[in-house]
Write a protein that binds this ligand. Structure first.
Ligand code: NAD
Length: 265
């Protein structure tokens, strides 16, 4: 029996088979969770429906997190399927306008780009936590989001997305404090670079991946399966004592102080 048997998980952020959310959904399904999915827009609808069907789910709901009405409608519709609540919310959503994640930090920076990156990539976690609260309270439930090292270190090209990820990680801590008394845990996984649609928007992503594979302690990049397995564990009762944490699934890259000296040059 899988360690997520009896759990219900809502998965956001599937855009392709390469999405980190797809790796998470696969691992959660393998461990026995019942799944529901959201899709951002009509272009993605049939793709997400097909992915859901492969994992035995026919609950597929529209959700653009920039729209309060869609957030409310999503959880209302979910309530029609899962009237007594659900246990896991996976937030795998981020966006910044392309010009803001290419070149120097200040070059692509505008008030609007800053606001969009924070709205879609950080505020949306709090908004979904708030909207799902009545359905998740009192069930030993778990909320999980995806972050990146750019939240803590200044990384070339990541720019305003790094600032938004810092906000996301702080939001994880405040939500963990707020929802802990109801038994809801809130955590993040900080994943190493993985070639997905979102990653393709970051300038010089291939170079970044190569650098990572050269210098990470495990001398490899990570996969959506690596992230999916840790996500399934973090959202299970095996991790019942963990909340407000950022867990790295990055082949150890974050422990490094300096790269490019000695072996691996
Ligand atoms: P992806 O492109 O497969 O997924 C990004 C998802 O965000 C898509 O499903 C897209 O539909 C969704 N999205 C964007 N704007 C939205 C909106 N307004 N409403 C609803 N959904 C919206 O890419 P991914 O790499 O799997 O990204 C998932 C998460 O993982 C993101 O938070 C990303 O920052 C994070 N992450 C990615 C990497 C990486 O290298 N790929 C590393 C660390 C963290």
């Amino acid at each position: 029996m899988g360690f997520l048997q009896g759990k219900r998980a809502l998965i956001t952020g599937v855009a392709s088979q390469r999405s980190i959310a797809s790796g998470i959904a696969e691992a959660m399904h393998r461990e026995g969770a019942e799944l529901a999915f959201t899709y951002q827009n009509d272009k993605l609808k049939s793709r997400v429906e097909a992915a859901a069907a492969e994992l035995g789910s026919n609950i597929v709901l529209p959700l653009d997190v920039s729209d309060d009405a869609q957030i409310a409608a999503c959880f209302e519709q979910l309530g029609q399927h899962w009237s007594d609540g659900f246990d896991i919310l996976v937030h795998a959503i981020a966006y910044a306008p392309r010009e803001a994640i290419d070149g120097e930090f200040l070059d692509g920076l505008t008030r609007e780009n800053f606001a969009i990156a924070h709205d879609i990539s950080a505020y949306s976690l709090a908004a979904l936590a708030k909207a799902s609260r009545p359905m998740m309270a009192g069930r030993n439930s778990s909320i999980l989001t995806l972050s990146y090292l750019g939240a803590e270190r200044a990384l070339q090209n990541y720019n305003v997305m790094g600032v938004a990820k810092a906000s996301l990680e702080a939001t994880v801590r405040y939500l963990a404090l707020n929802l802990g008394a109801e038994g809801t845990r809130v955590n993040a996984i900080s994943a190493g670079p993985i070639k997905t649609l979102a990653a393709a928007g970051i300038a010089n992503f291939r170079k970044m991946l190569h650098h990572f594979e050269t210098y990470a302690p495990l001398r490899r990049s990570v996969t959506i399966e690596d992230v999916g397995n840790v996500a399934a564990f973090m959202c299970s009762d095996l991790a019942a004592g963990v909340t407000g944490e950022v867990t790295y699934v990055d082949a150890g890259y974050n422990i490094l102080g300096m790269t490019g000296i000695g072996d691996g040059d």
